[in-house]
Design a protein around this ligand. Structure first.
Ligand SMILES: Nc1nc2c(ncn2[C@@H]2O[C@H](COP(=O)(O)OP(=O)(O)OP(=O)(O)O)[C@@H](O)[C@H]2O)c(=O)[nH]1
Ligand SMILES: [Mg+2]
Length: 351
């Protein structure tokens, strides 16, 4: 089994291979302007796995030499696990890394979409973002759009930056930073690359492909920003609508409370008027009774009957004006219909 790492200078290929192989056979470290690895190199682990390191292609002077080294690594025949190693720039894939992917995949069609992508040296914040489905989806979508049909891999692995490895030569990563990667490399399905199917990497078209990748990346960035703006706009509209609804329901509950208050005040007023009226009627009834008792021997003349009628009629008027309870009003009205005697009975019952 051959584990091959391809990618631009400084992406961390040699460091990862040293860590995975358990041997510090690949020279890794800081190299200003030039790549650290400048030719195809190999190391064999104790279990027989061969680890292939290649130079970064993003080095103008070295590009032709580096592409020959990658072709050589791809032509070793047998089973391969191919990985592209890259870092992000402000959370986004770099056109330079996508250019390398596109050129190498085109030169080795046997790989198709059976390769892995290691997004290396991620800051804790971006690493966390890529743990979210949405974060990883964005990376995958941008990558798939760039490499095109037939080259869209589902095997993408984010790896967090190991602070102890920063700018250190020939270092290996601490276990928490490569354990997941180790599993990822082991689980990657192998493919066979027949050497005769490997073509020359089209280095002369580098600038053209790179320009294409830049256009795709900036279009993707613009699409993402548009989407974000639309989302923010609809959130803003929702906020305005929600504000209106809560304002309306506040007004409605205020009106309902006021209505209840008015009704309670009205009720209280009616009760007070009813009480007044009862007291007035009682007084008049007492007057009638006193007048009736005073007329005793004569048996009551027409003037007494007139007095009683007028007292009762005043009572009824009082009730009608006060708008008292309908049952009481009805009792009195029907009593009037039945004559003065009836009125007296009804009024007596009323108290
Ligand atoms: N902090 C941190 N630094 C890393 C990590 N991986 C690599 N580095 C550092 O990055 C620098 C470059 O790493 P290399 O492994 O030499 O990169 P490369 O891809 O082999 O580079 P070339 O051989 O030039 O193509 C070194 O200083 C490493 O210590 C990591 O996970 N965390
Ligand atoms: Mg290297």
């Amino acid at each position: 089994m051959k584990v091959l790492m391809i990618g631009n200078p400084g992406s961390g290929k040699s460091t990862l291979l040293n860590t995975l192989s358990g041997k510090k056979e690949f020279k890794s470290g800081v190299s200003v302007a030039k790549g650290m690895t400048y030719q195809f190199e190999r190391a064999v682990a104790v279990d027989g796995t061969e680890f292939f390191d290649t130079p970064g292609l993003d080095d103008v002077d070295m590009r032709v030499k580096a592409s020959k080294a990658v072709e050589e690594a791809l032509k070793q025949s047998g089973e391969y696990k191919v990985f592209f190693v890259m870092k992000l720039d402000s959370g986004r894939l770099k056109p330079m890394d996508l250019t390398v992917m596109k050129l190498v995949l085109t030169a080795a069609p046997a790989i198709g979409n059976n390769y892995g992508v290691i997004i290396n040296q991620l800051t804790p914040r971006v690493y966390r973002q890529l743990q979210e489905p949405q974060g990883m989806e964005q990376i995958m979508y941008s990558m798939w759009t760039s490499v095109g049909e037939g080259f869209r891999t589902p095997y993408v692995m984010p790896v967090q930056l190991d602070p102890d490895a920063q700018d250190v030569d020939n270092v290996t990563l601490n276990p928490p930073f490569f354990q997941e990667l180790d599993k990822f490399v082991k689980c990657m399905p192998p493919i066979v690359i027949p050497p005769e199917t490997v073509k020359d990497i089209d280095v002369p078209s580098w600038d053209q492909v790179h320009e294409m990748m830049e256009n795709i990346s900036s279009q993707f960035k613009k699409d993402m920003e548009d989407m974000k703006n639309k989302l923010e706009m609809s959130t803003e509209e929702n906020k305005v609508m929600l504000g209106k609804v809560s304002e309306m329901s506040k007004k409605m509950s205020e009106a309902a409370a006021k209505n209840a208050e008015d009704m309670a005040a009205q009720q209280k007023k009616s009760e007070e008027m009813m009480e007044d009226m009862k007291r007035g009627l009682k007084r008049q009834l007492d007057d009638v009774r006193t007048a009736a008792a005073g007329g005793g021997g004569s048996g009551g003349g027409p003037s007494e009957a007139a007095q009683i009628t007028s007292a009762v009629m005043n009572g009824i008027g009082g009730i009608l004006v006060a708008g008292g309870g309908p049952s009481e009003g009805a009792q009195i009205t029907s009593a009037v219909m039945n004559g003065i005697g009836g009125i007296l009975v009804a009024i007596s019952k009323f108290f």
